[in-house]
Design a protein around this ligand. Structure first.
Ligand code: CUA
Length: 161
């Protein structure tokens, strides 16, 4: 079969580009540890009170390690604070926080500014992610899934001191 010289060139060019994309994908997984967040467990969203989500908030595990349990609801991140108060947590620089989160109603998002955290909070599913905070500052936790008319008010803050 005869393939024109130009056609051969473009077939090869496409193969090179696809190969480069594949190499970038493999490198991101192998070298940089990029992975899709997988569900960390299941929970009955109608019975959250009977689980670890019954008393959300920050818990110290010692040695600058923390567990932060969050329940997202329309339209706030419930971390055990009084309603109407914006969720805020303060920890010293160099802390490692494990976020354990779920949703009590609809799908919410969980993104932390300047950190590699981008989770979906789905009713019935537990999302978990451990992050190290080295640089002092205020980092907002944002709901980045449209979840209703109060969506833009869903924000919490991680304050690194
Ligand atoms: Cu919760 Cu948008």
């Amino acid at each position: 079969m005869h393939i024109d010289r130009l056609e051969r060139f473009w077939l090869a060019a496409v193969a090179v580009v696809l190969g480069a994309f594949l190499a970038a994908l493999v490198a991101s997984v192998v070298l940089f540890g990029v992975s899709l967040p997988a569900p960390a467990g299941r929970v009955d969203p109608t019975r959250l009170e009977a689980t670890e989500f019954g008393s959300p908030g920050l818990r110290s595990d010692g040695d600058r390690r923390y567990t932060f349990t969050v329940v997202s609801r329309m339209w706030r991140f419930d971390v055990g604070q009084r309603s109407g108060q914006q969720a805020e947590l303060r920890v010293p620089a160099g802390s490692e926080i494990t976020f354990v989160a779920t949703s009590a109603d609809v799908i919410h998002g969980f993104q932390i500014e300047d950190h590699n955290v981008n989770l979906m909070l789905i009713p019935g599913q537990i999302s978990r992610k451990t992050v190290r905070f080295d640089t002092p500052g205020t980092y907002r936790i944002l709901c980045h899934e449209y979840c209703g008319p109060g969506h833009q008010t869903m924000v919490a803050s991680v304050i690194i001191e």
